[in-house]
Design a protein around this ligand. Structure first.
Ligand code: PLP
Length: 364
């Protein structure tokens, strides 16, 4: 059998080895049930504690206030691009978007496509999204129903250095690629949503954390499956939830709590990111295009400046057991996604490889 590699994929991405091993041990027979979690009715006495526990652990991990609902949905973060306006825009009839990369651009376009009064209040498109916009309350229409941001831009490797101040306007954040990477003050947000497959679980579950008072604005004739209120009233079980993925998410929450929670997770993530950025800042073979105050702790982008060398880098790295370092198809270069599950040792190996590659492949 081939050894496990260091997988720098942006998503689906690495899962913690202890989580995979626990899941493997329980795969065919969970507890006293005599069956796999995959085979259980979602309404059975065996399954119900799993989803209840997943929610309870996440609430503990993220310190989610009681006036927020936690929903485990399907359809990926991309489905929420439509669900967000359909659930919220009736609050005032208009909404403001910040476009800081591809996913926030798609969220904005989806709301436009639905025919809503939405505007792009700020963007860094003209700078190739090499930083996130500086935002103040004055950037937004005061009567906007919400402001939508993407907190961590997976493709460009940028993140807001702090939570933007939107005053009284509810802030809606796509946190797909930074959820549970560090503590966040949930009370600063109206809605947080995230696809699971970056930092939380395998693909298949989408987390929505929504403040209760924002559940009353859904379009009357919107699809039931997209309506947060219905999902909240039914404990995410209006229909069959993604049972097994929720179970995997629960194992991931247990793993992080066992390490000491999000403060410890943040320290571990900072240590990895500092090692990689520290190396990038210490040399001039590789260029890190992101402005320093917008650097992501999860997705680190860099280029050699020569597309042929970039290509060789990704393929040589893969041969050395460092997989999926090619940048997103739309931007090229390299991207190392160093989510929670990536061990420090993986980043050490990456930096050692980068040094060796630079020495062996001088630029003409
Ligand atoms: C991956 C990603 C998405 C898309 O997620 P899906 O679950 O594939 O729909 C949206 N937003 C961000 C920030 C992402 O990283």
């Amino acid at each position: 059998m081939i050894d496990r590699v260091y997988n720098f994929s942006a998503g689906p991405s690495m899962l913690p080895l202890p989580v995979l091993e626990k899941a493997a041990a329980e795969l065919v027979n969970y507890g006293e049930s005599g069956m796999s979690v995959m085979e259980m009715s979602h309404r059975s006495a065996d399954y119900e504690p799993i989803i209840a526990e997943a929610e309870a652990l996440l609430r503990k991990l993220m310190n989610i206030p009681d006036n927020y609902k936690v929903l485990f949905l399907q359809g990926g973060a991309s489905t929420q691009f439509a669900a967000v306006p359909m659930n919220l825009i009736r609050r005032t009839g208009k909404a403001d978007y910040v476009v800081s990369g591809q996913f926030s651009g798609k969220a904005f376009k989806e709301a436009q496509k639905l025919g809503y009064d939405v505007v792009c209040s700020a963007t860094t498109k003209d700078d190739n999204f090499d930083h996130v916009p500086a935002l103040t309350k004055d950037c937004f229409r005061p009567d906007a129903a919400y402001v939508h941001i993407c907190y961590n831009n997976t493709i460009y490797g940028t993140k807001y250095p702090e939570i933007p101040d939107t005053g009284d306007i509810p802030l809606v954040a796509d946190m797909s690629s930074c959820i549970i990477s560090e503590p966040v003050d949930v009370s600063r947000f109206g809605v947080i949503y995230a696809g699971a497959q970056k930092n939380m679980a395998p693909a298949g579950v989408t987390l929505v954390i929504v403040r209760e008072d924002l559940l009353d604005y859904a379009e009357p004739n919107m699809p039931t499956m997209l309506e947060w209120k219905t999902m909240a009233e039914n404990g995410s079980m209006y229909n069959t939830p993604p049972c097994y993925t929720i179970y995997m998410a629960k194992l991931v929450y247990e793993w992080i709590l066992g390490l000491g929670g999000l403060d410890v997770m943040k320290q571990m993530n900072e240590k990895k990111a500092n090692l990689l950025y520290g190396y990038l800042d210490s040399q001039d073979y590789y260029i890190a295009p992101v402005k320093k105050n917008s650097r992501s702790m999860m997705n680190v982008t860099f280029v050699t400046g020569n597309p042929d060398l970039d290509k060789k880098f990704a393929s040589d790295a893969a041969k050395a057991g460092l997989k999926n370092l090619k940048g997103h198809r739309s931007v090229g270069g390299m991207r190392a996604s160093i989510y929670n599950a990536m061990p420090y040792e993986g980043v050490e190996k990456l930096v050692a490889f980068m040094k060796q590659f630079a020495a062996e492949n001088p630029k003409a």
